[in-house]
Design a protein around this ligand. Structure first.
Ligand SMILES: CC(C)(COP(=O)(O)OP(=O)(O)OC[C@H]1O[C@@H](n2cnc3c(N)ncnc32)[C@H](O)[C@@H]1OP(=O)(O)O)[C@@H](O)C(=O)NCCC(=O)NCCS
Length: 167
């Protein structure tokens, strides 16, 4: 598992032209996906939004994050099912961390479903700590699910290396 070994991948800013593919991946990946409107609003608001593309222009993954005064809040990170488990999630997180560090931000925040053990493992591996719970934060089939709040103090984080390979 190493994103550095994927030279044909490119990343760039997300635009409205990406949204057909983004919404298709989003719908496959989540029981309660973001709507096209959620993405359109995020782009209109100027949030940090990037896509990762394969050699044929296919959508590999994407993220959306909101910049605050002194912090970056990750709102969505997704890797398309066919591309999962190959290091791309970790590489996108490295890109995000690099953005935050270039802007001199102190903290990277995110929420994750309590049941999403894969994503939680990824974030813990990257140095995030679990600092709280938001009760009933997410819609769910039966009753709402709690969110685990996680943060990474960027002053203490190692400089990510995978990001360079995706420039
Ligand atoms: C979560 C997600 C972004 C991870 O991206 P990915 O490309 O599949 O993950 P990576 O290949 O970069 O994995 C990096 C590390 O994360 C951890 N990890 C990732 N998926 C995991 C899983 N399903 N179970 C356990 N650990 C996992 C592992 O430590 C892994 O390292 P390893 O492969 O050396 O064991 C991706 O699986 C995804 O989009 N899932 C559906 C949507 C989602 O849950 N998004 C996050 C919402 S908060």
């Amino acid at each position: 598992m190493n994103a550095v070994l994927q030279p044909r991948l490119t990343r760039r800013s997300m635009t409205v032209r990406d949204l057909d593919a983004v919404v298709a991946v989003e719908t496959r990946c989540y029981s309660h996906p973001w709507s096209r409107g959620n993405f359109t609003d995020s782009l209109a608001a100027g949030y940090l939004a990037e896509v990762l593309e394969g050699g044929e222009g296919e959508l590999v993954g994407y993220f959306i994050a909101m910049t605050g005064v002194d912090e970056l809040h990750l709102l969505n990170i997704t890797v398309a099912p066919a591309w999962q488990g190959q290091g791309h999630g970790q590489a996108l997180m490295a890109v995000l961390q690099q953005h935050a560090q270039h802007q001199g931000l102190a903290m990277l925040w995110l929420e994750v479903r309590e049941s999403n053990q894969g994503a939680r493992a990824l974030y813990r591996r990257l140095g995030f700590e679990e600092v709280g719970l938001r009760r009933g934060y997410y819609p769910a089939a039966v009753r709402r699910e709690d969110a685990v709040v996680m943060r990474l103090a960027l002053s203490e984080a190692r400089t990510p290396r995978q990001a360079d390979a995706l420039d």
